[in-house]
Design a binder for this molecule. Structure first.
Ligand SMILES: [Cu+2]
Length: 227
């Protein structure tokens, strides 16, 4: 600040003093922009070196997994695929759910994120986890829940008019038995969805372009039938 005011006063307009006109065409003038520019480029290259190392360590090096889940975003709900007993996706015993994801405490999961339409974001605030889903790509990552309970899972990328209702629940089961019981209940159609219970606590208005507003056939259940 002091320097600024010093220059403001020292070089203020005075009668009979002509301002200097610098065109910046001489080599001696150009170096004042070129050298800082080279400095910025060198610093960028230096930073990118570290960024690549961090990216490889955080995003590309996944710890060995014990199970895999697939999350598919679409306007405006989440579909989840659980591996079933064989521990593999895309097999007969996969368990599909809508807006309800189930995992087991202290297990390392790999996730595969996909989108059917636009950008979405798979966000579990309790896990400090957030990752975009991009149409046409499968994005992999991992998490390991360390506490049991049911946590919010919310799309965190503005994806259209129904974005705010694009929420789901992730239930971390304390043990294998609780998880298996839930999977059996889902298979037999007797499972009571935590997400649906939560929805019924308060009105969640559906976007008006969606025709499934009949209370006896919740939107999520209608969606589940569609794939
Ligand atoms: Cu969204």
């Amino acid at each position: 600040m002091a320097t600024l005011f010093y220059f403001l006063l020292r070089f203020r307009r005075r009668e009979g003093t002509k301002a200097q006109y610098i065109t910046g065409e001489k080599h001696s003038e150009k170096v004042w922009t070129h050298y800082p520019h080279y400095g910025v480029i060198a610093f960028d290259v230096f930073l990118i070196g570290f960024v690549i190392v961090v990216w490889v360590n955080v995003k590309q090096t996944l710890p060995a997994n014990e199970d895999t889940i697939r999350a598919i975003g679409q306007q405006w709900s989440w579909s989840f695929v659980h591996t079933g007993e064989d521990g593999k996706l895309d097999t007969e015993d996969d368990v599909n759910t809508v807006n309800d994801l189930h995992v087991i405490k202290d297990k390392t999961y790999h996730f595969e994120l996909q989108s059917r339409d636009v950008l979405h974001n798979f966000a579990v605030p309790a896990f400090r986890l957030r990752q975009d889903t991009i149409p046409g790509r499968t994005i992999k990552g991992w998490f390991k829940p360390t506490e049991s309970g049911t946590f919010d899972l919310q799309c965190a990328e503005i994806c259209g008019r129904g974005h705010t209702m694009m929420m789901a629940a992730i239930t971390v089961h304390p043990d294998q038995q609780s998880y298996d019981e839930t999977m059996d209940a889902i298979r037999s159609g007797s499972y009571e969805s935590h997400f649906e219970k939560k929805r019924q606590l308060g009105p969640v208005p559906l976007p008006f372009t969606v025709s499934k507003t009949d209370k006896s056939t919740p939107y999520a259940i209608e969606l589940a039938k569609s794939f």
